[in-house]
Design a protein around this ligand. Structure first.
Ligand code: ADP
Ligand code: MG
Length: 295
């Protein structure tokens, strides 16, 4: 499903097919359709899942436990999480603050190690990887987006976006070309040389989305990506992630307590107190999101 906006009258039409004239003012929309086609082509390219494996589940966790040690005190953050995440799925993890969302993220993203249990990425047990293999996996397979954007303040937008490409060994010409293309894709083609403090929160998060795509990830992990944004800006980021998911097939795993996310998710995993409370399928979610106070 694509949203076409008429450049003449501003009418927005949702369509899955070809639209050559505006249903409202009859303006010629062929140019707009062509532009959309180009955008789709680029989206398909940027996060191509080029895995040689075709396992149904791109991520699996098995009896995942995490206990943080705070001096003498043990804080159990995850208490046995079993989760199978399908390739190409848009999965939201919902739960109140402190329920273990970020902890689960860090395990799946290989940023921290579980106390007990296993996390598989494409059936590879992450605990079995050495430091080099784990770094490769994090760099090539996964793109990360955080609530606080986590851009490097002294670097420009394009420097932030191309940083992960350095670690992937790309040439500097290629890096610049791809960096500019990615920033253009997220609507920041005219902000390449701005530093984070010269950008709004929404723009910074767009830079972070572009950076997450640096090395063609198969998975994007987004930890409360709209948490620091106002409603409208948050919605734009969610729409961008959904568009990426639909066009390129990248798997999106997003922690949130933003109800707007329910609308775009294939499944919603509710976690509470370090455990999966219930899982909802999009197909079964006959919810009126608007009536739940999301808008
Ligand atoms: N580094 C840490 N050291 C100690 N306790 C932590 C640490 N990180 C998280 N916790 C605790 O683990 C629980 C889950 O936290 P977290 O995963 O951040 O939840 P959420 O992201 O859902 O808000 C909380 O009780 C939190 O206080
Ligand atoms: Mg968190």
């Amino acid at each position: 499903m694509a949203k076409i906006r008429c450049p003449e009258c501003g009418h927005v039409e949702e369509t899955t097919g070809l639209l050559t004239v505006c249903p409202n003012c009859k303006a010629d929309l062929r140019g707009v359709m062509e532009e959309l086609g180009h955008r789709r082509e680029r989206l398909r390219e940027v996060a191509r899942d080029d895995s040689v494996t075709t396992h149904e589940f791109i991520v699996r966790t098995k009896d995942l436990h995490k206990v943080y040690q705070m001096g003498e005190v043990e804080v159990p953050a995850l208490k046995g999480v079993d989760l199978n995440i399908r390739r190409g799925e848009y999965l939201s993890i919902m739960g109140p603050s402190g329920s273990g969302k970020s902890t689960l993220f860090n395990m799946v993203g290989g940023l921290d190690k579980p106390t007990k249990g296993t996390c598989f990425i494409e059936e590879v047990d992450m605990a079995q990887l050495d430091a080099f293999e784990l770094a490769w996996l994090r760099c090539r397979k996964i793109g990360y987006i955080f609530q606080t954007f986590n851009l490097i303040p002294v670097m420009t937008a394009i420097e932030n976006v191309t940083l992960p490409m350095i670690f992937a060994g790309m040439s500097s010409d290629e890096m610049m070309e791809r960096g500019a293309m990615l920033l253009d894709l997220v609507g920041l083609g005219d902000r390449l040389h701005h530093k984070p403090y010269e950008l709004s929160g929404g723009q910074q998060q767009r830079v972070a989305v572009a950076r997450s795509l640096a090395n063609n990830p198969a998975i994007i992990l987004a930890d409360e990506p709209t948490g620091n944004l106002d409603l409208q800006t948050g919605k734009e980021i969610i729409d961008l992630l959904k568009e990426l998911n639909e066009e390129s097939g990248v798997t999106i795993i997003s922690a949130t307590h933003d109800l707007k996310m329910i609308d775009v998710s294939d499944r919603v995993v509710h976690i509470r107190d370090g455990q999966v409370e219930r899982i909802e399928n999009r197909a079964d979610l006959d919810l009126e999101v608007g009536s739940m106070g999301a808008e």
